[in-house]
Design a protein around this ligand. Structure first.
Ligand code: SAM
Ligand code: DTB
Ligand code: SF4
Length: 333
């Protein structure tokens, strides 16, 4: 059994990342089998509860107000609409429901109170509830925890060195501070990044270095392939090859063996064989549903076929929870 280490050096990570790809996959698959059931894949659903109009300048993001994209701005959705969507996601087999808001940070206002209601409602349906709302203070993290939040997504996106080329309206340390507040509140941490933004291999290694040297590894690590969106500064970026996704996923799997590694944005451009390679390399979570936040994701039928062909099954909710969530009777919607 491989140990969980929080003292990986950049050189060690680079040696793993740069190893011959078939050796890399073999090693990652071996580590994966020591810590996880390789037939099991977590199925998560995303919902954009507040879309567009964001004041930040993240170069990849179609929701930044300053770029002219086709995304329609939408104010915070109503609680009952969100709960109906969560219920549908549960019915179609999702065990984690993640609500995203195009905010720079959470403000203590009526919108936040509504989000807390959404968290309560989804938790009561027996799903792992996750949010990604931008920066959080310690007390906001505690409020979310008390409402039943299971996980919080807050990506580092890239290396500390490349961060300023992608985002200028906040710092890497702001990101790390929020991750600290989430951890402190006892919420499961979800943090990863994006490849294909013009970063170097060293930057990818640098991001994995920061994640794997956190005092505790994130429980989930999303690996996104950039979805280039017209109107954003990264609209012309070429597609990342499957081998780059595989290297990233496999390295994350080896250095953070217990984490759920999520094959996130970019699946829509991958065939079954390419996705199978990612699962072999240690990915064990996906986003299902025909939309991510604003961009397309594979149709339900495609994913059903994917699961059948590869003999994989969805992971149950709360498998790693220290204590099960309080699950009330299912509320009919
Ligand atoms: N506003 C919050 C924040 O930035 O933390 C939450 C929502 S934000 C859209 C969540 C994550 O989506 C980003 O951190 C980024 O990793 C990912 N993302 C956004 N646009 C993307 C794109 N075009 N391709 C791939 N991933 C993207
Ligand atoms: C993550 O790492 N990827 C998801 C989720 N966390 C919030 C978001 C992907 C967004 C892709 C672009 C879009 O659909 O707007
Ligand atoms: Fe705003 Fe988040 Fe998009 Fe950045 S990634 S522009 S913070 S919604």
């Amino acid at each position: 059994m491989t140990d969980v280490r929080n003292d990986w050096t950049r050189e060690e990570i680079a040696a793993i990342y740069n190893s011959p790809v078939l050796d890399l996959i073999y090693r990652a698959a071996t580590v994966h089998r020591q810590h996880h059931d390789p037939q099991e894949v977590q199925v998560c659903t995303l919902l954009s509860v507040k879309t567009g109009g964001c004041p930040e300048d993240c170069a990849y993001c179609p929701q930044a107000a300053r770029y002219h994209t086709n995304v329609k701005v939408h104010k915070l959705m109503e609680v009952d609409e969100v709960l109906s969507a969560a219920y549908r996601a549960k019915e179609s087999g999702s065990t984690r429901f993640c609500m995203g808001a195009a905010w720079r940070e959470v403000r203590d206002n009526r919108d936040f109170d509504k989000v807390l209601e959404m968290v309560k409602g989804v938790n009561q349906m027996g799903m792992e509830v996750c949010c990604t709302l931008g920066m959080l203070t310690e007390s906001q993290a505690e409020k979310l925890k008390n409402a039943g939040l299971y996980a919080y997504n807050h990506n580092l996106d890239t290396s500390e060195e490349y961060y300023g080329d992608i985002i200028s309206t906040r710092t890497y340390d702001d990101r790390l501070d929020t991750l600290g507040h989430v951890r402190q509140a006892g919420i499961s941490v979800c943090s990863g990044g994006i490849i294909g933004m013009g970063e170097s291999h060293q930057d990818r290694i640098g991001m994995l270095y920061t994640l794997s040297n956190l005092p505790e590894h994130p429980e989930s690590v999303p690996v996104n392939a950039l979805v280039p969106v017209e109107g954003t500064p990264l609209e012309e970026q070429p597609r990342v090859s499957v081998w780059e996704m595989v290297r990233m996923i496999a390295t994350a799997r080896i250095i953070m063996p217990k984490a759920m590694v999520r094959l996130s944005a970019g699946r829509v451009r991958m065939n079954v064989e390419e996705q199978a390679l990612c699962f072999l390399a240690g990915a064990n979570s996906i986003f299902a549903g025909d939309k991510l936040l604003t961009t397309p994701n594979p149709e339900e039928d495609m994913d059903r076929q994917l699961f059948q062909t590869l003999n994989i099954r969805p992971r149950k909710a709360f498998k790693d929870a220290e204590q099960p969530a309080v699950v009330f009777e299912q509320i009919p919607l």
